[in-house]
Design a protein around this ligand. Structure first.
Ligand SMILES: NC(=O)c1ccc[n+]([C@@H]2O[C@H](COP(=O)([O-])OP(=O)(O)OC[C@H]3O[C@@H](n4cnc5c(N)ncnc54)[C@H](OP(=O)(O)O)[C@@H]3O)[C@@H](O)[C@H]2O)c1
Length: 314
């Protein structure tokens, strides 16, 4: 073997060695990444399934729940009442509100379970803009520990141009799904900042993760998380920026709780046109809310329900 053969063998050896180091680095990086993802998932499943509830009353005496006469909002009201909170109930239908609020107790009609609690009923339609001064007046002076920005509306699935009374429907949707979140947070957050504690839950949807055909505007109002191309979207944007702006250093838990649509429903009247009954992939709102509340303050951005964590990475 002459000298040039030896040199080329040495170079080949070095090349193989470098390739083997690179492939080891790639393999171990992928394994490490997969391990982190797996432990992230297991942690979430455990917290949503078995985690302990925080003491909600330690954040304040009252919880404010928007859109609370049905579905997920009603379940938040009931579950927070069960955990000792007094509830400010805000919704549009006075008769339904009365059925929930005018009794001294919140009544769970399915199980006849009752919770002793004080309630304040505020009839308000979030499609209107002039409701906020009235709400502010009524909640003034109360020690509010939890705000649930839950109210939401969707139209029946239709192509964008075929939605009946599109101008009004789309405007209402933006006012109900987005404006309510901004205005209610702007109203309630200063009290939390002053005392240095509080919980804000913003309800989003998996329909906000990527555009959903036939639900264009609903999907857009639920802009809910950083997508693959890193476009920040409405609900996550407002959650994260307010957290950074105001709350991060002041002990306030700010959670964007992403409820699921598509195959990841919660079984409420909003979703019943897509579903026959509740099940593992579409829990009842009570099951969903219990799972979500376990995650406070441990998880900031979540799909809310343990099984949905297997279907949506949040
Ligand atoms: N269910 C799901 O699968 C699902 C999936 C993704 C996201 N979400 C989100 O979860 C939240 C709650 O949804 P849900 O399924 O529980 O809905 P829901 O069963 O239709 O209940 C909505 C609640 O909001 C009230 N409401 C509606 N429009 C209002 C307005 N203009 N002013 C005041 N109150 C109003 C309703 O009052 P009435 O009782 O008078 O109708 C009801 O109490 C929404 O933000 C929704 O986008 C739900």
């Amino acid at each position: 073997m002459d000298q040039s053969d030896e040199e080329s063998n040495t170079k080949m050896g070095e090349g193989c060695c470098l390739w083997s180091i690179a492939s080891n680095i790639i393999t171990y990086s992928v394994l490490a990444w997969a391990g982190v993802q797996f432990s992230h998932l297991i942690k979430r499943l455990f917290i949503h399934g078995f985690g302990s509830y925080p003491s909600f009353t330690s954040y304040g005496t009252w919880a404010v729940v928007t859109g609370c006469t049905d579905g997920i909002g009603l379940s938040y009201a009931k579950e927070l009442a069960r955990r000792g909170m007094k509830i400010v109930l805000i919704s549009r239908n006075p008769k339904k509100l009365e059925a929930v609020a005018l009794r001294p107790k919140l009544l769970n009609s399915q199980s006849e379970e009752q919770f002793d609690t004080e309630t304040l009923m505020i009839p308000a339609d979030f499609t209107e803009l002039d409701i906020y001064d009235g709400i502010k007046e009524k909640v003034a002076g109360r020690d509010i520990g939890v705000l649930v920005n839950n109210v939401g509306m969707a139209s029946d699935p239709q192509p964008f141009l075929d939605v009946p009374e599109g101008e009004k429907t789309f405007q209402d949707m933006l006012l109900v799904n987005n404006m309510s979140m901004v205005r209610m947070t702007h109203m309630i957050l200063p009290g939390m900042v002053k005392k240095g504690k509080g919980v804000v839950i913003n309800v989003s949807s998996v329909a906000g993760i990527s555009p959903v055909p036939f639900m264009t505007t609903y999907s857009a109002t639920k802009f809910s998380r950083t997508s693959l191309n890193k476009v920040e979207k409405f609900v996550l944007f407002i959650t994260l920026t307010i957290r950074k702006d105001v709350t991060r250093t002041r002990g306030i838990e700010y959670q964007r709780s992403s409820k699921n649509l598509d195959s990841k429903f919660v079984y409420t009247k909003m979703a019943d046109k897509f579903l026959d009954r509740p099940g593992l992939t579409a829990p009842t709102p009570d099951t969903f809310v219990r799972s979500d509340l376990r995650s406070i303050p441990k998880i900031q951005v979540t799909s809310g329900y343990w099984f949905h964590n297997l279907m949506v990475r949040s």
